[in-house]
Design a protein around this ligand. Structure first.
Ligand code: SAM
Length: 286
């Protein structure tokens, strides 16, 4: 079944409950099932990093630093930071995802890696008021959160003064555009209204890691412009150090337009007109 519009949630609470059901269904599939190829689990267990080279360079040396990964999913990114030398903590609202993350931590001998089950909105209580040198998040994270200002406020309390938040996400443009037929050409047209603050509610089969995955899931996501992200961070005590845009995406929703550029990333096929599809942002906590 193709993904199609779903009824809007009664409220954000219902949206989060349905999103959690969907993520709980996907965790095992991504870690051990038909999504494991997309996640390059075998290669990752053999030592390949899940982090892009620019992430490692832009975050800088992490040896001995306390790094919190918000929305850590099955822990593959979190444990890649462990391999870089960080003391890692992951948080995700899916208990199934945390089970997989803890299993991987054991397999890799990362005894000190800690994983917590909890919603972003409960992160301060779940993590007992702990503050971190680095809060790392992204690659399909903030679109699951109904209130970007609340997220930024929570992040500001999780990062130590002088520490920083680092985020990699799809650009607002990439999220809102979709290939459409214009005469004999397939061009990107606007699919989502980026000024709409209601969630995008959809139901269907398949995941970004396995398009053929059976079982119907309902999801609710929110699109954020650069302005809303940056203003939320600045308004909650952060200074923006940089925002770097790229022509490489960490998932490939449009295989007719993109080709693999390196492990875990895709770029525009030859002849396609390029636009920024992902960005990284570093924000220091003042
Ligand atoms: C696409 S993953 C991003 C993580 C990472 N880039 C990856 O792919 O492994 C999104 C994660 O956000 C989590 N999530 C979604 N909404 C959440 C919320 N409100 N609180 C905590 N975690 C949430 C999901 O369980 C999922 O593991």
């Amino acid at each position: 079944m193709e993904w199609k519009d779903a009824p809007p949630p009664e409220d954000n609470e219902q949206a989060i409950i349905e999103n959690l059901e969907s993520w709980d269904d996907l965790a095992n599939v991504h870690a051990q099932g038909s999504g494991a190829k997309f996640y390059r689990i075998d290669q990752w267990l053999d030592g390949e990093s899940k982090l892009a080279p620019w992430e490692i360079e832009e975050v800088g040396p992490v040896s001995g630093l306390n790094l919190l990964h918000l929305q850590c999913h099955i822990g593959t990114d979190t444990l890649s930071w462990f391999r870089e030398g960080a003391k890692v903590t992951g948080l995700d609202f899916s208990s199934n995802a945390v089970i997989e993350a803890e299993r991987f931590a054991k397999l890799l001998g990362a005894e000190d890696a800690r994983f917590f089950v909890g919603k972003i909105t409960d992160a301060l209580e779940t993590l007992g008021g702990e503050e971190f040198d680095i809060v790392y998040t992204g690659r399909g994270a903030i679109c699951w959160l109904p209130n970007i200002d609340e997220w930024a406020s929570i992040c500001s309390k999780l990062v130590k003064e002088g520490g920083f938040l680092y985020l990699e996400e799809s650009t607002p443009m990439f999220n809102s555009l979709e290939p459409m037929e214009f005469g004999s050409h397939s061009l990107f047209g606007v699919k989502y209204d980026l000024f709409n603050t209601d969630p995008v509610s959809e139901m269907g089969q398949g995941s970004y890691a396995d398009p053929d995955l059976p079982g119907i899931r309902t999801t609710h996501t929110w699109e954020y412009t650069y302005g809303s992200i940056i203003n939320a961070l600045v308004g909650n005590g952060f200074r923006i150090d940089f925002l770097n845009e790229r022509d490489e995406t960490f998932f490939n929703p449009h295989p007719e337009k993109f080709v693999e550029s390196r492990p875990n990333y895709w770029t525009f096929k030859d002849g396609e007109m390029k636009f920024p599809v992902s960005f990284t942002l570093k924000a220091t906590r003042l």
